[in-house]
Design a protein around this ligand. Structure first.
Ligand SMILES: C[S@@+](CC[C@H](N)C(=O)[O-])C[C@H]1O[C@@H](n2cnc3c(N)ncnc32)[C@H](O)[C@@H]1O
Length: 242
């Protein structure tokens, strides 16, 4: 399949009457090979950790009836830092969403190794998971750490942080719930700040009206460590739902 055809498949979408519409997604599906550990985890542990988009709206209280908080992480990559966070906050239910299958396999293998039971994952587009599976006003925090920056100007339309996405996050957060973003791409941090400042219904938690220091609950992620090695800065943004 040519790259162009692959891109079309990634962007294809059909309405109920079969009409083709082009959908711009924040990712291009990569056919990464699964390691044995990842494929074993997907096969044997999906019934423990996996959530399926086709099941529709989640009954969050059934997933962890005693959860004190519910956190959704979008684009967790290989999931190492997500598992670390879940392990250090056992009273919190973490729901991860990632489209990269090897990452999903790696995450649940790691969760199992670490004995983590307060974590569930979707292997699906987070935009659709938000729309179809997450109940309104159910989340205490949404985390978006190091989303693909889509550096080139002609690709900026693929950036996940845009008004419709921000509004869907607002709908899913509880009042006072926090949308926490981090990026190592300065131009994307400015874009996030602008879009969030213009979005209705949020208060910036920064004392300086822009960025916040990295909070203790966010471990260094794989991408961040790479960014540090390349000499990049890191910008955290936290906005509370009014
Ligand atoms: C640059 S990586 C960062 C991974 C991780 N957060 C970290 O800091 O190491 C961005 C991740 O977001 C995922 N992603 C992009 N768009 C997504 C979407 N719409 N739904 C779910 N995952 C998405 C990609 O597959 C990729 O793994």
């Amino acid at each position: 399949m040519s790259d162009e055809t692959k891109r079309d498949v990634n962007q294809a979408e059909f309405t109920e009457d079969g009409k083709y519409v082009r959908k711009i997604r924040s990712f291009v599906r990569r056919e990464g090979r699964l390691t044995k550990r990842q494929s074993n985890a997907l096969e044997n542990l999906w019934s423990v950790y996996g959530l399926d988009h086709t099941n529709g709206i989640l009954d969050i209280s059934a997933l962890k009836p005693d959860a004190k908080e519910v956190v959704l992480e979008i684009g967790f990559g290989m999931g190492k830092s997500l598992v670390e966070m879940a392990k250090s906050a056992p009273d919190t239910l973490y729901i991860g969403v990632e489209v990269h299958r090897p990452g999903v396999g790696a995450c649940i293998a790691e969760a199992d190794d670490e004995g983590v039971t307060n974590l569930k994952v979707f292997e699906f587009d987070a935009v659709e998971v938000l729309a179809d599976c997450i109940p309104d006003e159910s989340l205490d925090r949404v985390q978006l750490f190091f989303p693909d920056p889509w550096h080139k100007k002609k690709h900026h339309k693929r950036r996940i942080v845009k008004p419709e996405f921000i509004e869907s996050i607002r709908q899913k957060l509880k009042v006072g719930g926090v949308f926490h973003m981090a990026t190592d791409w300065e131009n994307y941090s400015e874009h996030m700040l602008l879009e969030m400042s213009e979005a209705p219904g949020f208060t910036n938690l920064s004392d300086t009206g822009d960025f916040v220091p990295r909070p203790d609950h966010r471990p260094l992620t794989k991408f961040e460590q790479r960014g540090h090695r390349l000499g990049h800065g890191v910008w955290d943004l936290m906005f509370a739902k009014q």
